[in-house]
Design a protein around this ligand. Structure first.
Ligand code: ZN
Length: 490
């Protein structure tokens, strides 16, 4: 058996190298980095198939929540980008278009670093009265550009996949209700479907999005223990409404500024996190609902016995035809050894492998290989159709249980700096600590924590339920007001 694919390092020993290999040519071939512009990558079919599913899940959820699709141009006039003064802080990360052919443009154009300044100048025109509210729009299957200095496939790039909602309300209560809905959407898609555990945190005041009043994020933990942000929702208050004059006439005939929120599940990072959390040393492991191929059929034939081999192929073709009605299925007829095929489909994370050989036929059965548990079982041909949903569920259950166990083991309590320092010597993920304040007066404590722990950041506090802080701030010793989660970040 020739083994051309495979990762040469263990995920537990060198996550970073493991991840690079999994994404690349000798791994699952998710990206091609040979495009020759640093930080810009080519997405290969195996990743695109998964991305399409993830996009579809979010599109379905936000449309259930009455969002309408829209698409704005990729370029933003400079004056729009600069209009909200906090938000203008984005400029160091912006790519600019300055020429068209040989001609210098009168006004240079930004490649969108985010959507607010694309969209809100038009919301100004679209919204007239309270009857136009709430206005809920979304952009899907788009990309965003930022001049990042270090890049990694699906985690940080100069052009990356994006999805965003931009909502406008008459009252702040409705805006807050939307933030709760955004959290529910994250639960439905990334926790329930993709099996990625996360905390939904409200960021401390000193760490909100440029131009927002409050920022809420979904944070997960990568296998190297680093926190990764996989979504953000911003409570924009009136900031952009004032900058772009988004006003409405209320029932009383008076003009009011609108309240705005925006929600961006990080499509790229969700994908990267899913690869990182679920994969193993043999390759990808994927939830059944996003696997580009859910079932692969591998015929075991022998050149010496043509009659039996023909029979095997016939049964395989019949199986493929039947299963294709409900699942994505491939009958692998390539001229490679079964061992090679097993490795290949394991690397690509196909959840269910069906092997059919002469001995299986003698027993009216197929041999089923499960990617997640590495189990092999025999299933009677007549029972196979009924059995697939059960096997799919089993696949997902293993992924979910493993991911949840890892996440839970990596959230630890600490009461003071000494404890934090001790914990981070061996522990990955979040440290849960009492802090004096999450307003700006708490920032000196966060800064001290970061400098004394080589980079542990205060990420935020739980949004869904208030966690009562008792005792004193882990850093300064004053009375604590919040329980916060801190971690080193990607
Ligand atoms: Zn403090």
């Amino acid at each position: 058996m020739t083994k051309t694919k495979g990762v040469t390092v263990k995920k537990s020993e060198n996550f970073s190298e493991w991840y690079t290999q999994i994404c690349g040519e000798t791994g699952a071939q998710l990206v091609d980095l040979r495009y020759d512009v640093q930080g810009f990558i080519v997405h290969r079919p195996w990743s695109m198939r998964v991305f399409r599913k993830i996009y579809q899940f979010f599109e379905e959820e936000v449309e259930k929540d009455n969002h309408e699709p829209m698409l704005f141009p990729t370029v933003i006039p400079e004056e729009h980008l600069m209009k909200e003064k906090e938000h203008a802080g984005f400029t160091p990360e912006v790519f600019w278009i300055e020429y068209a052919g040989e001609k210098k443009l009168e006004k240079r154009l930004a490649l969108r670093p985010t959507g607010e300044t694309q969209i809100y100048p038009l919301y100004h025109y679209w919204i007239r009265s309270y009857n136009d509210l709430p206005l809920k729009g979304y952009q899907s299957r788009i990309t965003t550009f930022r001049n990042e200095m270090t890049t990694r496939p699906f985690l940080r790039g100069r052009e990356f996949m994006f999805f965003e909602t931009h909502d406008v309300f008459a009252s702040h209560e409705e805006a807050v209700a939307q933030i709760r809905t955004d959290l529910e959407i994250m639960k439905k898609v990334i926790r329930d479907k993709l099996k990625i555990p996360f905390l939904f945190l409200q960021r401390p005041k000193w760490d909100v999005f440029k131009g927002a009043d409050e920022t809420f994020t979904s944070d997960s933990i990568l296998p190297d223990g680093k926190r990764i942000q996989v979504s953000s929702t911003h409570d924009l208050g009136h900031n952009f409404a004032k900058a772009f004059d988004v006003q409405f006439v209320g029932k009383d005939g008076k003009k009011y500024y609108a309240f705005q929120t925006c929600f961006g599940p990080g499509i790229w990072r969700i994908f990267g996190t899913m690869i990182a959390i679920h994969g193993d040393d043999q390759g990808l492991m994927l939830p059944f609902c996003v696997a580009p191929l859910q079932i692969v059929i591998v015929p075991i034939t022998f050149a010496k016995d043509k009659e039996k081999s023909d029979k095997v192929l016939k049964v395989c073709e019949k199986l493929e035809k039947e299963l294709k009605e409900k699942y994505t299925v491939l009958l692998d007829l390539s001229d490679r050894s079964p061992g090679f095929k097993f490795n290949e489909w394991e690397m690509k994370g196909v959840p269910i492998r069906l092997e059919v050989g002469p001995r299986d036929l003698d027993n009216d059965q197929v041999t089923v290989g499960l990617r997640t548990s590495q189990e092999k079982l025999n299933v009677k041909l007549k029972d196979l159709n009924k059995k697939i949903p059960e096997l799919a569920e089993q696949n997902d259950k293993v992924l979910e249980e493993t991911a949840v166990r890892y996440f839970k083991n990596n959230v630890k309590d600490a009461k003071n700096l000494e404890e934090i320092k001790n914990i981070i010597k061996t522990h990955k993920g979040f440290v849960r600590i009492p802090l004096c304040s999450v307003q700006n007066d708490g920032k000196p404590c966060a800064d001290k924590l970061k400098s004394e722990t080589q980079g542990v950041d205060v990420c935020g506090f739980l949004f869904e339920k208030e966690e009562k802080a008792s005792g004193n701030c882990a850093v300064c010793g004053k009375k604590a007001t919040k329980i916060v989660y801190a971690a080193k970040s990607v």
